[in-house]
Design a protein around this ligand. Sequence first.
Ligand SMILES: Cc1cc2nc3c(=O)[nH]c(=O)nc-3n(C[C@H](O)[C@H](O)[C@H](O)COP(=O)(O)OP(=O)(O)OC[C@H]3O[C@@H](n4cnc5c(N)ncnc54)[C@H](O)[C@@H]3O)c2cc1C
Length: 400
Amino acid sequence: MNIEFSAEDEQFRAEVQAFLAEKLTPDMQEEARRTTTVFADKDLAMRWQEVLVEKGWAVPAWPVEHGGTDWTPTQKYIWSQECTKSHAPGLIPLGLRMLAPVIFKYGTPEQKAEYLPKMLSGEHYWCQGYSEPGSGSDLSSLKTRAEKDGDNYIVNGTKIWTTHAQFADHIFCLVRTDPSVRPQAGITFLLIPMDLPGVTVEPIITIAGDHEVNQVFFDDVRVPQSNRLGPENEGWTAAKYLLEFERGGGGAAVRINESIAELKNIAGAEINGAAPLMEDPGFAAQIAELEIRNEALQFQELVTLDRVSKGDSPGPASSLAKNSSVEIDQMVNTLKLEAINYYGLPHANMISMNGYTEAWVGPEYAETVTPRYINSRAASIFGGAKEVQKNIIAKVVLGL
Ligand SMILES: Cc1cc2nc3c(=O)[nH]c(=O)nc-3n(C[C@H](O)[C@H](O)[C@H](O)COP(=O)(O)OP(=O)(O)OC[C@H]3O[C@@H](n4cnc5c(N)ncnc54)[C@H](O)[C@@H]3O)c2cc1C
């Protein structure tokens, strides 16, 4: 396998770099650099989305006739690499990258016409209603019920850990329409406006002090049957299809590289006894190990890119890459926390999280370390928990 990028790809990279240099403003870069939550702040993400929509680069993976690009998998990879390197805000993937492919595959022409343009323009803001209390990894045990009544479904139940539900005006939901069959066979995929009577959102404040996730309640919510995506009781197929896009992606190694560079800066500035922490052989060795593991991850991503470019699916590589990237990222955040010492105490964290920057007495680089450390713990749970990914690797790769 040749891992060099072609001359055309390098030319494309230069075009992307020129665009980012022109359109990505320093204040957007700075706000993105200070983001400690999983997703960027909604306003920031929407500002950047508007710029990208104007250029035609907001949704590279969509069909060209719907506003996508004709980029090759390599060009998409380069685009995501360059955005990360430039500290561009991430667009919110819930609608654009997760729901949209499902609408393309299972939506009616009316649903495509209604939802896709509004998702792209930002008129609709989506959240994901999959998980329930007691139904996360074991998603097919979900209990939210939808019973037919004339042209409507009456929905009752609750969804939990719903990211950005406080901002969303629509939620895509898995609901149980037939409790009498095996769990996977009785599930339906519904698109639900959040302003319907009976929908309420309660915030969940995480131990990092941020409000990113919520619990959503449905009390006798009347949802038109025309809001069903795909056939009744066949929602599980669409649900699994969507998860491929939630778990896929790639490009984590470049982001982690940036984070390792930050760690080295911190360790170079923090004094351990009489010398910078970076000169401590034990600490430097831990960083070196993470750099090596991250380089291996980067090669793994390139191997996957090669497969996808030849028309194959990523296969179990996405489970391997997810676990490796999360582990490395969490370790980098742990070393940063160790390096900043008492500036990482919870009190300092709360000052930083609540925006009382005038009360912050530590170095600027330390401000975001604790919230980011805490928030990164969630990554081994969402998008397929670590142990569940290991089960997949054991079965599919090791044949156990
Ligand atoms: C920050 C964050 C944002 C999220 N956003 C959303 C969202 O927007 N929408 C949404 O629908 N959901 C969301 N989730 C929920 C997420 O998908 C679930 O938390 C995840 O699927 C795990 O489910 P659970 O929380 O019920 O934990 P459980 O499934 O109960 O898992 C608990 C522990 O048991 C382990 N475990 C479970 N099953 C097995 C097994 N078979 N073998 C070995 N170990 C196992 C897990 O690995 C984990 O360590 C979010 C979660 C987080 C943390």
